[in-house]
Ligand binder design. Sequence first.
Ligand SMILES: *Cc1c(COP(=O)(O)O)cnc(C)c1O
Length: 389
Amino acid sequence: MEKNNQIIPLSKPDISDREIKSVLEVLRTPYLSMGPKLVEFEEKFANYLGIKHAIAVNSGTSGLHLSIRCLQIGEGDAVFTTPFSFVASANCILFERATPIFVDIEENTFNIDHSKIMDYINRNCYSSSGNLFDRKTDKKVKAILPVHVFGQPCEMAEIKKIADKYKLYIIEDACEAIGAEINGQKVGTLGNIGVFAFYPNKQMTTGEGGMIVTNDDSLAETCKCLRNQGRGNNGAWLAHEQLGFNYRICDINCALGIAQLSRIEEMLEKRSRVAELYNEKLNGIIEKQKTRLNVKKSWFVYIVCLPSHYTKKDRDNILYQLSENNIGCNNYFPPIHLQPFYQQEFGYEKGDFPITESVSERTIALPFHNNLTAPEIDSVVGCLINLLA
Ligand SMILES: *Cc1c(COP(=O)(O)O)cnc(C)c1O
């Protein structure tokens, strides 16, 4: 096989002169943190989503942590979530000593399977004085934390029915799904609280950064307080009303975020076009994540799923060969329940979530970014097809 000389990276941020100019402007002001760019970024982000409050933080993980904490989910509580995700979506539950209850995913969308949440409730939960309890652990079930995996919206209407019936909060992990919609409504706005992330591989970046969004005034106020060392909104620098954190994002990052957000439609459009090119070349050759009707996906990464007769070893070998050919790729995602500290803490074993395990042994993330060219896509697809033969 002919080797690619040029490295084709797995992901790459799309930074224009507008971003560079905005960042430099902030550096000429004295407002590097908690300044006007923070306020502007939050206002513009809330506007974009059509939601009341947006609270910017220094990472998606910080945002998830504050979401769990402001809903007072802690020791003795449990949260339904997916084992097929980036580890932070479950870690945030552990940060507060609460317990994740994993349920398996849908085979086609890779998202949490709402019918399995219901199965779990019917089989393993009981109600007592209006609350739901997990019989196995005696934990009080407080929330559902769905993840819109790879920018593909979850079945939120069904998840909401369950949440309403059992009085559970919904925390949407929308870290991979900015701009994704269900029936014209943006994901992240469909539960009690939503979280976005702006690491450089996401659809838009601030370098490091994240955003919490909510329509609830009191949750918003708590998040603002907790991100800033527990300070109240009276402005006193050394008055700490609560046990807080330093999860502030600086104004340099916010300026970058404002510039990126102003180009978000253009950037999402570019990503769709790249995905469309891949789709055309790979149609009928390999499985891809499925999209439901009435749903707009936001392209985070381009994932293919090898047919079910391929083993993990086959997949890992393909990953190795792609890398050897200078093609960026990765195994998005290894199951969370099989990460060593989850196994140690909760005793999970292989076989506990068979669909998650089967999908995660066969998925490959291919190079994907806004400015990936048609010839680059050709060489990735050519190499992949050779390896499949
Ligand atoms: C990226 C990501 C996060 C965390 O974002 P960071 O900004 O890296 O902390 C959380 N959940 C999911 C699903 C993600 O993809």
